[in-house]
Write a protein that binds this ligand. Structure first.
Ligand SMILES: [Zn+2]
Length: 454
């Protein structure tokens, strides 16, 4: 073995157990489990390895996290975020695979040429593994098949203005056309589900009051769009995925669609599980995201949706920008860019809320590693399993800390989590059997992933 990890606590195969994990050539070559470390000692005694790692009694070995919702923004808006800074933030947060969203970079990933451009800039800057979503925009239905063959993990679309003009949204008939094509390809369609017409008729977001912004993105707009996605998935037999679910009102129709056999998965994000509208101060635009953070009663229903399996996964929707675009001087929610930078803190934030509600690390691994890997079709990620990539997070679940934005690796020191108390620290991150560093001398160890090949 190249590396042998002895962990008194590890999450393996849906339970917490002591484990001995051997790594050879970047892959997991051995997994032995036992009720405790002493029972493992005999089993591992005959093994030799170049490096032996003993986890502390306060540490748990987790499979590396997979974050399928990250906006890197490079090239084109590299001052917002870039591959080096985003993937360092990922590594520091125990995330070993990210899948990059097709928009906010220029060009957006809506053609093979644009995908090649992204890969060219990402290649030498990836501190973790990186895959790419393609985009479905008006008029590019013929680009979906070539993008699919070039290895994108699926296609993202919007049902209202995306926030950037170069990534226009689909009207319902265009969405149907795109979903007929993704169904034909067997590709996944992932949807920003808020209905543009409903938002057009809602209140104005302008001003410093958070309640004003909340009313400008009503639950009804989200519910309507999700209903539309469900019906189109039903008609076209396409596989659909609802991004960043915020409105808990939609949970019953999601359950009902699945009971009918509609192919539908759902994600939510750590910020919807952590913050509540009632607590957001006026003018605090670091909390602006779309769909918005809603009331505390809604947050508890999202947790219940995770508990009963209505929501499949938790991913960050890491969407940073420069400080000036948050309009902190005016605090105007109508003007500020919407997006929360949470890639490095997703695990700690989700675990902090999960443990308080009686969930285990096994649940968190299902939501943040195993589930996203399955959703993206990453066959060698998402579990401590023989043959999988040797990607791990060493997590200290009882370490409490207060978020200091200066310690976050993403490019601009703005985060809704600043000053927030969280529990759970990532002590080490391993990728392909290599322990990752995030200091200035660190060398990128990540690979670019293609659908079906990882
Ligand atoms: Zn997003």
């Amino acid at each position: 073995m190249d590396v042998l990890i002895r962990a008194g606590r590890a999450v393996v195969d849906g339970r917490e157990t002591a484990a001995l994990v051997g790594v050879r050539d970047g892959r997991i070559a051995l997994v032995e489990t036992a009720p405790d470390l002493d029972a493992l000692a005999s089993g591992g005694g005959h093994l030799e390895a170049d490096t032996v790692v003993e986890l502390g009694p306060d540490e748990v070995l987790l499979p590396g996290l997979v974050d399928s919702h990250v906006h890197v923004n490079e090239p084109g808006r590299t001052e917002w975020e870039g591959f080096a800074s985003a993937t360092k933030a990922a590594a520091a947060g125990g995330v070993t695979t990210i899948i990059d969203m097709p928009l906010n970079s220029i060009p957006p990933t809506v053609t093979v040429a644009a995908l090649e451009e992204k890969r060219a800039v990402a290649r030498d800057q990836a501190f973790v593994d990186v895959g790419f979503w393609g985009g479905a925009v008006p008029g590019n239905v013929d680009d979906l098949a070539p993008l699919h063959s070039e290895g994108v993990f699926g296609f993202k679309c919007f049902l209202l203005h995306s926030g950037v003009d170069e990534f226009p949204h689909l009207e319902p008939d265009e969405l149907e056309l795109a979903m007929r094509e993704t169904a034909r390809l067997g590709a996944l369609m992932i949807v920003h589900a808020e209905d543009g017409h409903a938002i057009d008729h809602a209140a104005s977001p302008d001003g410093e009051e958070y309640t004003g912004f909340l009313h400008s993105r009503p639950r009804g707009a989200e519910n309507l769009a999700i209903a539309q996605v469900i019906e189109l998935a039903r008609w076209t037999r396409a596989r659909a995925h609802v991004l960043h679910l915020s409105s808990s009102d939609a949970l019953p129709m999601i359950r009902s669609a699945r009971a009918d056999g509609v192919s539908l998965t759902v994600e939510t994000c750590p910020h919807y599980l952590t913050f509540t509208a009632e607590e957001i101060p006026d003018g605090a635009t670091q909390f602006k995201c779309c769909p918005p953070i809603r009331e505390s009663e809604n947050r508890e229903l999202l947790w219940a949706g995770l508990a009963d399996g209505s929501i499949d996964i938790v991913v960050t929707d890491h969407s940073p920008c420069t400080e000036d675009l948050k309009a902190f001087d005016s605090g105007d929610f109508g003007v500020a860019w919407g997006g929360i930078a949470g890639l490095q803190l997703g695990l700690a934030a989700t675990w902090s809320g999960a443990r308080r509600r009686g969930h285990s690390l096994v649940d968190v691994v299902r939501w943040m590693s195993e589930g996203p890997a399955r959703q993206a079709g990453l066959a060698t990620k998402g579990g401590i399993v023989v043959g999988h990539d040797a990607d791990f997070a060493v997590f200290a679940p009882d370490d409490a800390f207060v978020v200091d934005v200066a310690k976050l690796h993403h490019k601009n020191p703005v985060s809704a989590y600043a000053g927030h108390a969280l529990t759970g620290a990532v002590r080490q991150t391993w990728l392909h059997g290599i322990r990752l560093e995030t200091d200035d001398d660190a060398q990128p160890q990540g690979r670019l992933l293609r659908r079906g090949e990882a």
